[in-house]
Design a protein around this ligand. Structure first.
Ligand code: SF4
Length: 476
């Protein structure tokens, strides 16, 4: 009989809703050994094809079973510099766990019993951090003599940019990363709350890049405070990984009322600017008693869980409700995030479409008018389309709204480059084989070129771009 999946410990709901501490605890050594022992070391390991950066999953798991954690870490590091980050935020149920032999082929999401690859990766990454294994890693890596005098600029320090920088710097390329914000990490720091990705983990893995040949410049907005043309003069190649920082709005009446935030702004205020600690930190935020979050992705779950913690921390006895146009089945958010939100007390209203916001005499939102929906035929995304039911209007009272229905590429830099080809939505168009843009020697990847918006997918694009850059720099 197959052994069951080893479940990690989680911090209790009563404890965790009053702070931003990590919710899911990592495996203990005993648990990691037990979970690793469930891997049957397939002759043809399908899990690897499910990993966007191609980690030799079978091999690193085997090293865990041998208690050879340094070798497990070095195996992962051949393909990925950020095991502790990816082990926490990768949607593995749609990637390596889905292609693991334990998941039947016809499934579009991993079988519950599939090997918990991300938690094993996280265990190895955390072990390496505690034992400073990365220092030995720099000695193991051979640089490419042909790349020694080459320089690459990376714009944006999110997952795609960090991945490109790591891949190139390890080979001897001099990499400079330009970040517009005052802290590094891009969406990893402004978008993902610390209860999913603790900041010590994030900073540690980012700072490891300094062991190679990477220099960081924060507070530099390329296209605003530093012209792109300057970079073109100084560097052999440029990688644009500026992410998708511009919000998508519902475009309905009343959307500009006070206390209606985009999820991006709301999360940035708390995650990056620490408005939970206002006035110690200088960024204020309004904390509603009756918060409504609109959307069904991971960002909506993050926003709802942050809003709930803000209420608890500020001693407000309120509620947080998520409105979604379809049913839970069509929700793009990871099941684990939906489960965590529900456990913590976030309420869900499905098949609901907002059509108008109303405000009070001071201009603050006081309610949202909605239509009840039913599900119709599948749309271009393959999910059944929500169809509003005529005459089904109803009103929901609310004093703070967070809109989390998607993000678009930030146009600050892109608008300064007329020769850069973009889609109608403003995403950069790249050659999918090389990630090169319409400007020679300028590459792009991550959310700024569209896609699923996952951290590991962005890293996969960064890896591909790095390989193309190396090929061009060495072969010409
Ligand atoms: S497919 Fe699953 S069982 Fe097979 S090697 Fe990969 S993780 Fe192990």
């Amino acid at each position: 009989m197959k052994k069951p999946l080893i479940q990690p410990k989680e911090i209790s709901v009563e404890q965790r809703i009053y702070n931003f501490d990590e919710v899911v605890c990592g495996y203990t050594e005993e648990q990691a050994l037990e979970e690793a022992s469930r891997c049957i070391q397939c002759k043809n390991p399908k899990c690897i094809s499910g990993c966007p950066v191609g980690i030799d999953i079978k091999k690193f798991i085997w090293y865990i079973t041998q208690k050879d954690y340094p070798s497990a870490y070095y195996t992962i590091s051949e393909k990925n510099n950020f095991p502790s980050i990816c082990g926490r935020v990768c949607p593995a149920e749609y990637q390596c766990r889905k292609t693991c032999v334990f998941t039947p082929k016809d499934r579009n999401v991993a079988e519950e019993n599939a090997i918990n690859i991300p938690l094993l990766e996280r265990f190895v990454g955390d072990y390496a951090r505690k034992h400073n294994l990365a220092l030995n890693l720099t000695e193991k890596i051979k640089t490419n003599p042909k790349l020694i005098n080459t320089k690459v600029a990376v714009i944006g320090s999110g997952p795609a940019g960090l991945c490109v920088a790591g891949e190139l710097a390890r080979l001897g390329v001099k990499v400079d990363i330009y970040e517009a914000l005052h802290l590094l990490g891009g969406v990893l720091i402004y978008g993902i709350p610390p209860f999913r990705l603790p900041r010590d983990v994030l900073y540690y893995e980012i700072n490891l890049l300094k062991n190679y040949n990477v220099t960081f410049y924060t507070g530099v907005s390329v296209g605003k405070t530093l012209p792109f043309r300057e970079l073109q003069k100084q560097y052999n190649s440029i990688f644009i990984g500026t992410g998708a920082g511009a919000p998508t709005w519902l475009n309905i009446e009343g959307e500009s009322l006070c206390n209606i935030y985009s999820a991006n702004e709301y999360l940035t205020r708390v995650n990056l600017m620490h408005s939970d600690k206002f006035p110690e930190f200088h960024t204020p935020i309004n904390v509603g008693k009756n918060v409504t979050v609109i959307g069904g992705g991971n960002t909506a779950m993050d926003a709802a869980r942050v809003a709930l913690r803000m209420q608890k921390i500020k001693g407000i006895n309120g509620k947080v409700t998520i409105l979604y146009r379809r049913t839970q089945e069509e929700m793009p958010a990871r099941k684990v995030e939906i489960d965590h939100a529900k456990q913590e007390g976030v309420e869900f209203k499905f098949l609901v479409q907002p059509v108008k916001f109303s405000g009070d005499t001071r201009g603050y939102v006081k309610s949202v008018l909605c239509l009840q929906c039913t599900l119709g035929e599948p749309d271009s995304s393959g999910r059944r389309r929500p169809v509003p039911i005529k005459g089904s209007e109803f009103e929901i009272e609310t004093d703070l709204v967070i809109i989390a229905i998607g993000l678009k590429a930030n146009q600050i830099l892109l608008s300064t480059l007329p020769e850069l080809k973009t889609t109608q939505d403003g995403d950069i168009i790249v050659n999918p084989e090389t990630m090169e843009t319409s400007i020679p020697n300028v590459y792009a990847g991550g959310d700024v070129v569209g896609g699923e918006g996952t951290v590991i997918e962005a890293m996969g694009m960064g890896k591909k771009a790095a390989q193309s850059i190396v090929q061009k720099l060495t072969i010409g």
